[in-house]
Design a protein around this ligand. Sequence first.
Ligand code: SF4
Length: 197
Amino acid sequence: MPLQSLKVNEIFYSLQGEGPLTGTAAVFLRLAGCSMGCSFCDTQYAAAQGTDMPLPDIIAALEQYPCRNVIITGGEPTEQNFAPLAHALKRRGWTVQMESNGAQDADVSNIDFLVVSPKKHVCKDMLQKAHCIKIVVDQDTPLETIATYFPYANARTAVCLQPCSNKQENIDLCVKLIKQNPFLRLSLQMHKLAHIR
Ligand code: SF4
């Protein structure tokens, strides 16, 4: 049987810059490809550029760092068969996080922390599985759309508003909405503010 491989854009070691786990060390596995085509995407390069890597090579590349916390991101990881890798990493003692647009349902049984950031459309099953729903907010985001995610906020699932591109007008809007709906949280792109790579 041929070795399974995934199309990888990059692997790097840094700090989580967004969401409830901001500031924690993690190895990032950025998979290639995303068919959503958002105009504000800050990883568009990942949609096109990728190299096929067999799973053992991916694991070896991840394990060169002194950290056993991986964030599988993209691009959009659910557009590839990431589940066998997640399973293998769990067996090796890793904490496995994943960031997804949630557009299609996926087997996240080996994902310890799932962040879903809905874009043009989202699968309700993925919203229910999420530990964090991260909503990118700009001046054009309909408030009715943001409000559709409010019922998912509970002790297990954080619903975070993330100002698009850290723009002040978007930060101000998010702060206003969080003050009105105190079960929400603010997610700034800390890595961009702090120039962390
Ligand atoms: S879903 Fe995410 S990765 Fe895909 S185009 Fe939109 S912002 Fe970029």
